[in-house]
Design a binder for this molecule. Structure first.
Ligand SMILES: Nc1ncnc2c1ncn2[C@@H]1O[C@H](COP(=O)(O)OP(=O)(O)OP(=O)(O)O)[C@@H](O)[C@H]1O
Length: 311
């Protein structure tokens, strides 16, 4: 089944009564992908995650997990999936080993494979020494590791993580992010989060959902390239016409921001900063500042979800 995408979502729709929470959502996840799934509150992230993990039926559309249709063959499709919900279903009164054994059995791991599966999940999640500890006595960070261990104990091809670093301290956040990167080497990972730097730290793809529609789905390296500098912020002490600035070599377009402030747009890589500085000195424009501007993921998120701009 190596030729299938790990996850293939096609034309997903979900209505709650007359409200359309998802509209024609389609995307794929490939082996090695760590996909950051972003969206403002109420955009449809949880609905999508619940459908993909087989916990909610779509109104229309299909989901295939490594080629297996989730609706037609849910048991087989779900065996290929691991899920860490926002509130992991941990049994505080069980030891880590007992809990992981229980989860492995629920996912069809039996017999001699059981002990090996639990040992491997513990090892991969940094819980090697924690097997006999009660879950209720572990720190929040270690409990989160147990939550991730239960998601991978049956060696699924796809791991879905919902807000995995919420409520952790900065050191624990770093450790869990490192673990997610590590998971990406052996599984396809879908990571739902509100934390944009988290996406930049661990994901190779990013997807933004807004009002039930995907408004961005892109590789992070391509997105970073697109967000690379394409404008300069220029501040001048004396009055200057926009046309004088547009005439400088390399300038594509000029926005007047008021009080001697301008945004000067240019081609990626074709920065006209030097030419502008020279002209400002020659013409006595009173150059106060000339600073490259970068579009951040946060800026793009705001543009797409607040202002409804195209990316
Ligand atoms: N059972 C339900 N009945 C009616 N409307 C619902 C139901 N579940 C979700 N919705 C609505 O569907 C939309 C999408 O909800 P969803 O929980 O998927 O959003 P989300 O992106 O996960 O938001 P958040 O980040 O706040 O969890 C929201 O407008 C929500 O109010």
């Amino acid at each position: 089944m190596a030729d299938h995408p790990l996850v293939a979502v096609e034309h997903l729709e979900r209505a709650y009564g007359s409200f359309r929470a998802l509209r024609d959502v389609s995307f794929e996840l490939a082996q090695g992908d760590v996909l950051g799934f972003l969206g403002p509150n109420g955009a449809g992230k949880s609905t999508t995650m619940r459908i993909i993990t087989g916990n909610l039926a779509p109104t229309a559309g299909s989901v295939r997990i490594n080629g297996v249709d989730l609706l037609a063959d849910p048991l087989s499709a779900k065996a290929r999936l691991g899920f860490l919900p926002e509130d992991p279903p941990l049994y505080r009164e069980l030891t880590v080993n007992d809990y992981l054994r229980y989860c492995a059995r629920l996912n069809g791991v039996r017999g001699s494979r059981l002990a090996e599966a639990v040992r491997e999940a513990r090892q991969r999640c940094g819980l090697k020494q924690m097997g006999e500890r009660l879950i209720g006595n572990l720190s929040r960070g270690f409990q989160q590791r147990v939550g991730i261990a239960q998601a991978i104990v049956h060696r699924p091809e796809v791991v879905v993580l919902d807000e995995p670093t919420i409520g952790l301290d900065p050191i624990q956040v770093r450790e869990i992010r490192e673990l997610i990167r590590e998971l990406g080497r052996q599984h396809g990972v879908i990571l739902s989060t509100h934390i944009l730097p988290e996406v930049q730290a661990v994901c190779n793809r990013v997807q933004i959902i807004h009002e039930g529609r995907l408004v961005l789905s892109e590789r992070l390296d391509a997105l970073n390239e697109r967000m690379a500098r394409t404008s300069l912020r220029l501040s001048l002490a004396r009055p200057v016409e926009k046309t004088q600035l547009s005439a400088v070599k390399g300038v594509q377009r000029v926005e007047e921001l008021g009080e001697g402030e301008f945004r000067v747009h240019h081609e990626p890589g074709g920065e006209p900063a030097e030419a502008l500085a020279q002209r400002a000195v020659q013409e006595g424009w009173g150059l106060r500042a000339l600073v490259p501007e970068e579009r951040s993921l946060e800026q793009m998120f705001v543009d797409l979800t607040l202002k409804g701009e195209a990316a």
